[in-house]
Design a protein around this ligand. Structure first.
Ligand SMILES: N[C@@H](CCC(=O)N[C@@H](CSCO)C(=O)NCC(=O)O)C(=O)O
Ligand SMILES: [Zn+2]
Ligand SMILES: [Zn+2]
Length: 190
């Protein structure tokens, strides 16, 4: 198998975050007039995502993506450079039109994760953000062109980093989605 990069933050191991970290700023990769967002809290559910929609740094197989309550996110510089990459997706991903970096993803329709914004903490210069908790949508990297013969090696590397691997989201998040659906369709009390 040719060498591959899971993600620059994962390849050589990563440090645990600081549970009392108060939040900070994230910025796109433009050298001039970068778009900046400010988070007023740490993130939750940080995870590696192999899906084709989440933003990945160049050469990486995975995205690192986390959520933050929507009221805790504000765009604090150069908002005029943001565009939505796919208006049809559930998660509307706001990207810098110059460098292509996704700053945040927001849900505007009825959805189990309505009220949570999706962010990439690697875009921050600060330390203390929650560390990755698991790897999601691992098989989806094949949709992106990864050789299926190498997928066991990918799962082994992720597990070696302490990240359990799933081909959708983690059981906790899948249960949260199922609970939301059951309440919506009346199978469970709202
Ligand atoms: N195989 C597909 C999977 C795409 C997918 O369903 N992605 C998830 C997770 S993104 C963050 O964890 C999702 O919820 N997508 C909704 C959206 O992107 O709007 C693929 O690889 O494309
Ligand atoms: Zn940019
Ligand atoms: Zn994803």
């Amino acid at each position: 198998m040719a060498p591959f990069s899971l993600h620059p933050t994962l390849d050589n191991g990563f440090a645990k975050g600081d549970p009392s970290f108060p939040g900070g700023t994230l910025h796109c990769l433009c050298s001039q007039n970068p778009v900046e967002i400010t988070l007023s809290s740490n993130v939750l559910h940080n995870h590696a995502c192999g899906c084709s929609k989440c933003w990945k740094p160049k050469g990486a197989l995975f995205s690192l993506v986390a959520v933050v309550p929507r009221p805790n996110l504000s765009v604090t510089a150069n908002e005029d450079k943001l565009i939505v990459v796919d208006e049809t997706a559930a998660i509307l991903r706001f990207a810098c039109k110059e460098c292509g970096t996704h700053l945040y993803g927001r849900i505007e329709k009825e959805h189990p994760f309505y009220g949570l914004d999706f962010v990439h903490t690697e875009l921050s210069d600060q330390k203390g953000w929650q560390e990755p908790q698991f790897a999601a949508f691992v098989s989806s990297i094949i949709e992106g062109g990864f050789d299926p013969a190498g997928i066991d090696e990918v799962r082994t590397k992720l597990k070696g980093l302490g990240l359990e691997t799933y081909d959708s989201l983690s059981p906790g998040l899948m249960d949260a989605i199922a609970t939301w659906t059951a309440k919506k369709n009346g199978k469970l009390p709202a």
